[in-house]
Design a binder for this molecule. Structure first.
Ligand code: NAD
Length: 329
């Protein structure tokens, strides 16, 4: 029999890539989101535009016993969205409501396998002050002290899914994603993340010019290419023994200045870096991959340079489209 999957957040970056992968595997896929994917037609067999804060909508889309449900819908964005404080109430209320609705609708429909996407933002701020040695081993999440309300909501929802798993005999799997990037991700408008923003700034700049970087650029991060994120997600989802929470991220840590250099190399441009004040988040963050390696016998391994080489041309093509449009008007 054809297997069935539901992807909540299928109009978003990771969700739309996940739909493509599930289709390649032969699943019948339903996607649900507030919007269709922005940059390509969805490959879902059925796509429902609906607000998952509405419990009735959640019950309606979970109208059968899906083999796999992926809960990725969230009110989120990059540092410019999460760390200003202006969106805190929306982030907490909207995402928590979606999670409460979805996990309960899955339980009521007796769905057996549910995936929840948490985030590296749940890790305590005090363990991420040293840019050279950030601590993100999974057990270091407690005592909790995330650096944003986004992180607190994610931590609550991790526990929510795992509580349903314990009390209602469901199989829930929880991943903590670390900075996922790639083509067909948000690249402008305020919700974009560092790799896409960097690609956009470099694409917009004239060779020999300059680009702006938030902070001193010495803050460290790691970035995971989308294909490896989807691979890790499916491996965790289908593990018979391991529920997580587990990091799904790259352990190739770079400074933001180094990220800028990599993007410039991909673009073949040399630009000066102008450091300006901006929302920053923690000082250092990297994915700690021992647990995933030991439990799933797998960990991401592609280099950041390879991922940037695939992402830069896509962002540059979007910048060129936008410039051509604004010339016409
Ligand atoms: P995204 O913003 O592209 O996708 C999220 C989708 O959820 C959006 O398409 C949005 O329209 C949808 N959504 C929001 N509110 C909704 C609602 N009320 N009803 C229905 N749909 C709604 O984000 P993404 O990068 O694809 O991330 C997917 C998941 O992974 C999110 O839960 C996010 O918090 C988590 N995550 C992502 C990253 C990353 O680097 N991209 C890192 C850590 C965790």
């Amino acid at each position: 029999m054809t297997k069935t999957a539901l992807v909540c957040g299928a109009g978003g970056f990771i969700g739309s890539h996940l739909v493509k992968r599930l289709k390649r595997e032969g699943f019948w896929v339903r996607g649900v989101d507030l919007k269709f994917p922005e940059f390509a037609e969805t490959e879902a067999d059925d796509f429902v535009v609906a607000d998952l804060r509405d419990n009735g909508n959640c019950k309606a889309v979970i109208d059968r016993r899906f083999d796999e449900v992926y809960q990725l819908a969230a009110d989120m964005g990059g540092a410019g969205f999460i760390f200003t404080g202006e969106n805190d109430a929306d982030i907490m209320h909207n995402s928590a409501t979606i999670n409460l609705n979805i996990v309960d609708a899955c339980h009521k429909r007796n769905v057996q396998r549910v995936f929840y996407s948490s985030s590296a933002c749940i890790y305590p701020e005090h363990n991420q002050l040293d840019p050279d040695k950030p601590v993100t081993a999974e057990e270091s999440a407690y005592p909790a002290n995330p650096d944003s309300e986004y992180g607190w909501e994610k931590l609550f929802s991790e526990r929510l899914f795992l509580a349903y798993a314990r009390n209602h005999n469901m199989t829930c799997r929880v991943a903590r994603y670390h900075n996922i990037f790639g083509p067909e991700g948000t690249w402008a408008g305020g919700r974009e993340k560092a790799p896409a923003a960097m690609c956009r700034k470099v694409a917009e700049a004239q060779d020999g010019g300059e680009i702006e970087i938030w902070g001193d650029g010495k803050q460290t991060r790691s970035f995971l290419y989308i294909d490896e994120c989807v691979e890790g997600t499916l491996r965790l989802m289908r593990s018979e023994t391991f529920a997580g929470p587990v990091n799904i991220g790259s352990d190739e840590m770079v400074t933001i200045n180094q990220l800028a250099e990599l993007v410039m190399q991909a673009a073949g441009k040399q630009l000066a870096l102008k450091h300006i004040p901006g929302p920053l988040g923690v000082r250092g963050r990297n994915s700690h991959n021992e647990l995933i390696r030991s439990k799933l016998n797998w960990a991401p391994s592609a280099s950041l340079a390879d991922g940037i080489a695939k992402t830069y041309p896509w962002v540059a093509s979007k910048v060129a489209e936008r410039q051509a449009k604004s010339k016409k008007n």
